[in-house]
Ligand binder design. Structure first.
Ligand SMILES: Cc1cc2nc3c(=O)[nH]c(=O)nc-3n(C[C@H](O)[C@H](O)[C@H](O)COP(=O)(O)OP(=O)(O)OC[C@H]3O[C@@H](n4cnc5c(N)ncnc54)[C@H](O)[C@@H]3O)c2cc1C
Length: 571
């Protein structure tokens, strides 16, 4: 019997959800894979060396790799699952450096991740079959949380929940941001340009100081963090020369080993705000009213807007509300909308700061909405501490707090069960297409009409949300599906490709993508005959000449894969 990985989480709920998620997702037996171009003999020799470095109990192969595949893989039944050859779990920088040296010696690609919860984008699964999964979750120190300047410095394995718990335990008056699932890593989510809901929601824009290990084992730091013993290491994004921080985001140029990230200073008050509008076409008004307010600072934080179907997706299985085939018809959606007393579009956002300032922002918003969007319903619920004190996020009553005040949970996970059979069985999964769209009402309306048509042509509903930033929205078309249902899998693939083509026609790219579509998305960045790709490849070849770090990530391939047809054929 192969030994199974030791628990990934101390938190019992997270550990059992993690364990069951992977175990229950497998529809065909795991197949052994070898790294491309590496013989079994050489691979076995490398494994022995990995074991000598990290301990034999931190190296996994064969059936012990259950937790290193994509639980939502679309083409698993067709035998196209992305599969690592092994998993290695270093505990510190020294072990990591030795793992890199072994990989360089044998030419073994490593697929780096921190917690591997990149669900919808491949989870921990590698782009290249036979890569060794480089699982960094054991490097999990919270190096520092500075409440005075509101920043934290963390290692890869630190989860959003662990940082929140640490701040609570140490009574630190800061609110770290959290996505709608709290079990992911701060580093992995931030590097993949993930988002939360508080004032520091766009995580990558709040990075301040990165430490990364390069393929040759060298450590490099960015910004003021590169100045030895600088008291400004995590305070300023100014640097002297080119900013290289961005080279480590969505990248295969290095392994991030420490990240400085800004947090929200605990405010005196938080107002939980909602605004809804009843009809599909109202999205135009929402974007045209709220967009300028995001730009002029009246609404300083992300506005999260979801459609009715996404709300339904949080409430139970689709067959309970629409047992027929095809998309849920308009009349039924209207009926459900009336029952739930919500809008077709439901915007949620928070206002944070001194109570009187928050109230003033809300009063102004009320005036604007009354004139520009009178059909909509606005509400705001104030939660505040006494003057001179800060608000305890845990004191904000449901349904108002949660991730809007940085309190982590697994809140949104049930939505992946929406398309499971009512009588039980099936495997919940999701996939998405998430374009970056100008924050313009007409443009967003055109997109939702197109997306609805594309989804309904395949018998799926438009299940979506979007995040309003100052000048653009990130639109997330979600396809939740039953992985055991062949028709669902076909439809999801078709919807993705059709949305991709529609987005391409309009000049839209995605902000993030599944490993299986990284080449496709990268192909959009085509100015001057793909000068961007050539630029990054030049750096890649210089920093990682053996091409061991996450080959193919974001469509960036090292030289040996680009030039070797035999290797390419194995991908
Ligand atoms: C129901 C549901 C809801 C979700 N809600 C949200 C949400 O609200 N916001 C959101 O952003 N996402 C959301 N997601 C997507 C995803 O679950 C999260 O983004 C999650 O935090 C990503 O997993 P992770 O943090 O463990 O990152 P990882 O899987 O560890 O990393 C992500 C990627 O970053 C790179 N990487 C990781 N660590 C390193 C490193 N140390 N050095 C170099 N590269 C590295 C790797 O390429 C890796 O594949 C949701 C998913 C589901 C299924």
């Amino acid at each position: 019997m192969p030994s199974l990985p030791s628990p990934a989480y101390v938190n019992a709920e997270y550990q059992s959800t993690h364990y069951n998620l992977f175990k229950d997702s497998i529809t065909t037996p795991l197949k052994r894979a070898l790294p491309p171009g590496v013989t079994q003999y050489a691979f076995d020799a490398a494994i022995i060396q990995f074991m000598a470095v990290v301990g034999h109990e931190q190296v996994f192969q064969g059936d012990a790799l259950t937790e290193y595949i994509d639980p939502y893989e679309l083409s698993e039944a067709e035998g196209k699952r992305k599969m690592p050859s092994a998993a290695v779990r270093p505990r510190n920088l020294e072990e990591l450096r030795c793992v890199l040296a072994i990989s360089n010696e044998y030419g073994i690609p490593l697929w780096t991740f921190s917690r591997g919860k990149n669900l919808g984008y491949g989870g921990p699964a590698p782009r290249v079959n036979g890569s060794v999964a480089l699982d960094l979750h054991r490097m999990n120190q919270i190096i520092e949380v500075n409440a005075e300047y509101a920043y934290a410095v963390v290692e890869p394995g630190v989860t959003f929940t662990e940082l929140y718990d640490y701040c609570v335990a140490h009574k630190l008056k800061v609110w770290p941001s959290v996505p709608s699932l709290g079990w992911g890593s701060i580093i992995g989510n931030t590097l993949d340009r993930g988002t939360g809901f508080t004032p520091t929601a766009t995580h990558h824009q709040h990075i301040c100081g990165i430490e990364a290990m390069l393929a040759n084992g060298e450590l490099v730091r960015t910004g003021q963090f590169a100045v030895s013993e600088s008291p400004s290491s995590h305070l300023s994004k100014f640097t002297f020369g080119p900013s290289i921080e961005g080279l480590f985001l969505q990248s295969n140029l290095g392994i991030v080993t420490k990240l400085g990230i800004w947090l929200t200073p605990a405010p005196q008050a938080f107002m939980s705000c909602s605004f809804d509008m009843p009809d599909f076409e109202d999205v135009e008004t929402i974007v045209d009213v709220f967009g300028p307010l995001r730009r002029d600072g009246l609404l300083p934080n992300t506005v999260y807007v979801s459609n009715l179907v996404e709300w339904l997706g949080m409430m139970g299985k689709r067959e309970e509300i629409w047992p027929e085939g095809g998309a849920i018809p308009e009349w039924r959606l209207k009926e459900l909308q009336a029952q739930l007393n919500i809008g077709y579009w439901n915007a949620k956002f928070g206002l944070y700061g001194a109570k009187e300032v928050v109230q003033a922002h809300f009063n102004e918003l009320k005036k604007i909405v009354a004139v520009q969007a009178p059909k909509g319903r606005l509400s705001g619920e104030m939660f505040s501490a006494d003057d001179g004190h800060t608000l305890d996020p845990a004191s904000v009553a449901e349904p108002h707090g949660g991730f809007f005040v940085g309190v982590p949970s697994l809140w949104s996970l049930p939505m992946v069960k929406f398309r499971l059979p009512r009588e039980g069985g099936g495997i919940g999964a999701h996939y998405d297409y998430s374009p970056i769209i100008p924050s313009n009402g007409g443009t967003v309306l055109d997109w939702v009409k197109t997306a609805k048509r594309v989804c309904e042509a395949e018998g799926f509903d438009l299940f979506c949300d979007f995040f309003m930033h100052e000048r653009h929205v990130i639109f997330v078309n979600m396809m939740t599906f039953d992985k055991t249902n062949v028709e669902h899998r076909r439809a999801v693939q078709a919807i993705f490709m059709n949305l991709f083509e529609e987005g391409k026609k309009r000049g839209f790219s995605k902000y993030r993508s599944h490993i299986n579509t990284m080449d496709l998305v990268a192909s959009l960045y085509d100015f001057n005959n793909h000068a961007y790709r050539r630029f990054v490849e030049t750096i890649k070849d210089a920093l990682d000449p053996n091409g061991i770090l996450s080959p193919g990530k974001q469509g960036i391939w090292p030289k040996r894969f680009r030039e070797n047809a035999k290797l390419k054929a194995q991908l």
